[in-house]
Design a protein around this ligand. Structure first.
Ligand code: FAD
Length: 389
């Protein structure tokens, strides 16, 4: 199935984006905003139905960081782009992505957790980042449903959340406004690469081979999440699936106001009364299943944060596959060996958080050739390209 202005499957495009998750959609929008006319987004099933749909929507670089490194800088930059990103999407589409700036609370529930909280507070306050230390009493005053065993907490007022399913909806409407051509239920099997000489390591993109036929193009962006390295001749560094399961409760009235983190789990209150609890991190291949073991681990961690979770009805459960590169960092930018080939994958646990900065910097790299220094640590060329052909 496909849809575009003429309703015919395009045989050529200026830029092909492979993958219709939050990353591919945000890049396609970024290209549309930069007046690239002939963008084709190819999605093998329906738009926004994989990891991006399964996520919790937490935008919390500070709550999880043990140090200021390049990843922390990229993640904070993206979080700080969110207000403008959400407002822009609302103007374009009328969809409110429910950017919630109440803040994130990180709770210490054991002595070990408390040491971690002290350490995190220490480096972040020295770096003059926004963080407040709360005593056990203050934490329970702020969030009365937190377990009485809480030892203390940190409040990160700038770490926020969005409703990721609304975000996907907004992005899908936005790319339609920018006249991006979208082909769904279309699998990209391989890339077509031209080599000056047979067997040469270097070459340039000539097109993609899809289940609907070949598309000629000079630029391809691989944004196919955990399936990225399965695309033949894409030279993508290995990306592996890490399964995450989630539970959704009906919590009216809502149990907490903030996103609450512990080192073992989290609770995410949604505006409509849903309360999400997550998650697991499992190497289970591509099996996107909800399991008894996964659900019982999430329940235990959620009840450790707030014993009152035990009284809530469970209304939904699901699982998704996080795309993880060998070093756990995103893979962003051009391929050294193949002209016209870009990657935006391996976002692992932070693809929703990193979407605005990825969309902006990758679209800019494609259009102007400028590679932001922010991308240096995430270059695909940091891996040995083992399967160039
Ligand atoms: C349980 C869970 C909770 C999470 N919570 C958070 C969170 O709170 N905050 C956060 O920032 N991140 C979170 N994440 C991580 C985040 O969801 C991912 O990093 C992000 O969604 C990755 O986006 P993506 O577009 O790269 O991948 P996906 O959303 O998986 O999209 C990739 C798309 O590519 C398509 N595709 C694959 N191969 C092909 C092909 N050959 N041809 C055409 N199309 C193809 C797929 O069908 C898919 O639609 C969570 C993930 C999980 C599983």
């Amino acid at each position: 199935m496909y849809f575009n202005r003429s309703n015919e499957f395009p045989r050529s495009a200026e830029v092909v984006v492979i993958g219709g998750g939050v990353i591919g959609l945000t890049i396609a929008r970024g290209l549309g905003q930069r007046s690239v006319r002939d963008v084709l987004l190819i999605e093998r099933s329906a738009l926004g139905t994989e990891a991006s749909f399964a996520a919790g929507g937490i935008l919390a670089p500070q709550a999880e960081a043990d140090r200021a490194d390049e990843f922390f800088e990229l993640a904070c930059r993206s979080r700080d782009l969110y207000a403008e990103f959400a407002a822009g999407l609302f103007d374009e589409t009328g969809v409110d992505v429910e950017l919630d700036s109440t803040g994130t609370v990180y709770v210490a529930l054991t002595d070990e957790d408390f040491k971690e909280v002290e350490k995190r507070y220490g480096w972040q306050s020295r770096a003059e980042l926004a963080v407040e230390k709360l005593t056990a009493h203050e934490a329970r005053e702020l969030e009365p449903q937190i377990a009485p065993s809480v030892r203390g907490a940190l409040l990160f007022p700038r770490d926020v959340q969005i409703e990721n399913r609304r975000l996907l909806n907004a992005l899908i409407n936005s790319v339609a406004n920018f006249d991006v051509h979208v082909a769904t239920e279309t699998n990209v099997a391989s890339l077509k690469i031209e080599h000056a000489q047979t067997g040469a390591r270097t070459g340039r993109v000539a097109g993609v081979q899809t289940s609907c036929g070949r598309v000629s193009c000079r630029t391809v962006i691989v944004a196919a999440g955990t399936w990225s390295s399965a695309i033949e001749h894409s030279h993508t560094p290995t990306i592996e699936p890490v399964r995450g399961q989630m539970i959704c409760f009906d919590a009216k009235p809502q149990l907490t106001r903030h996103v609450i983190y512990s080192p073992r789990g989290y609770l995410v209150p949604r505006k409509d009364g849903r309360l999400l609890a997550g998650s697991t991190s499992e190497n289970a291949g591509f099996a996107k299943q909800v399991t008894a073991g996964g659900i019982s681990a999430i329940l235990a961690n959620a009840q450790e944060i707030s014993p009152n979770v035990a009284n809530l009805p469970i209304v939904d459960t699901w699982a998704g596959l996080r795309p993880r590169a060998a070093d756990g960092l995103p893979v962003l930018g051009p391929c050294d060996e193949i002209d016209g080939l870009f990657y935006a994958t391996g976002h692992y646990r932070n693809g929703i958080l990193l979407a605005p900065v990825t969309g902006e910097l990758i679209a800019e790299a494609v259009v102007s050739g400028h590679i932001s220094p922010l991308l240096a640590a995430f270059s695909p060329n940091r891996f040995n390209l083992a399967h160039v052909s």
